[in-house]
Write a protein that binds this ligand. Sequence first.
Ligand code: IMP
Ligand code: MG
Length: 333
Amino acid sequence: MIADIVVGLQHGDEAKGKVTHHLCKDGDYTHVLRFNGGGNAGHTIFHNGQKFVTHYVPAGVFYGITSIIGSGCVINSRDFFNELQTLRKAGIDTSLVKIAENCHVITNDHQVEDRKDKIIGTTKKGNGPAYRSKYERSGIQAKNALEFKPFLIDLYEEFHNKKDVKILCEGAQGFELDIDWGDYPYVTSSHCVAASALLNGIPPQAVRNIWGVGKVYDTYVGQKQFEPDDDIFPMLREIGEEYGATTSRPRQCNWLNLDSLNRSLAINGATHLVLNKIDVLEQIDRWNVYHLGETLKFSSKEKMCDYIVDNTPFKNKRENVFFSGNKHNLNPN
Ligand code: IMP
Ligand code: MG
C-alpha cells in the first residue's frame, strides 16, 4: 500500500483542492480519501474549464477514481445528496463515491445548534456539534443511517484486502485550524494534520509523500481579529478573490508567517511544499513575509521566494518546492 497525503499548512483555503486535482490526474491512484471535516470545507476545483465547489466529495471523482469520505469525517445527508446531484447534473460520474461505515452523521439538530454560534464564527454546517456527539458516544455512525446504505464501505476491506492499493489522502481545513495545534478555541473540531489521515485505516509505513500546501500570503475566516489595519489587505482580498467557498464571508488577509509555516511543516512532516497564488502578490507588487517576529520587505518575487526556501527545511531540497499561480497548474520553482 502507498499513501500520499495533501494537507493545509495555514488556516484552510490554501488551494489544496487544486493540488489534489492535479495529483489525481497523473498519480495513478486507486483511491482518494477525505480524512477529516464535514460540509465546512469548500474545495474550489477547475475541471476541464468548469468551476466546481465541493464540500464532501474528494477530487478523485473528476477522474473516475474511487472517492471516499473517511472515518475521520462527519456527514450531513441532505447536503451530501445535494452535492451529488450538482455533480451529476454537470455530467460527473458519482458511482465511485463511497462513505466509510464508521464515519459520523451530522444531524439537522447539530446544524440548528451550530447556527447559534457567535463566538468562533463557524461555517454553521453542524461540524462541532457532530464531533461532540461522536466523542460523547451519543452520535450516529453512517452504517446506522439508512440513506447512506448504498455508499458504505469498510476501510479495512477496502485498503487491506485488495492488491496494489494507492491512496491519495485529501485533508480539509489547515494546520492553524487543527483542534490541538491551532489557536484554540478559534479552531475547527477535527484534526487537520497529516497524522489525521492515518486514523482512516492507513498504517504509518504506507505513507510516501506529504504535500504541504499553503499560500504565499495568509488568510483566515472566523470571529477573531486577524487582519492588520492597512489598506493593502482589502486590495489583496479583492485581487485574490478571498471570499469563503462555503459561506461567501470575506477572508481576513495578512502576509505569510514563516515562523508559523515552519512549525506547520515540521509537525506535518511535509516532504513537498506548494505555495499558491503567487500571481496575486505579483498584481499588488508587494513581497512581504514575517520571520522571527519581524516584517521583511523584499524587492522582487525571486528574492522573496529564495528567502522562503532558504529558511525552511527545504533549503537543500529545492526541487520539492513549487510556487504556483492562481488558476494555473503547478509550475516547478
Ligand atoms: P467549523 O469548522 O464550521 O466549526 O468552523 C470553525 C472555524 O474554522 C471557523 O473559523 C471557520 O471559519 C473555520 N473553517 C472551517 N472550515 C474551513 C475551511 O474549509 N476553510 C477555511 N476556514 C474554515
Ligand atoms: Mg476552502
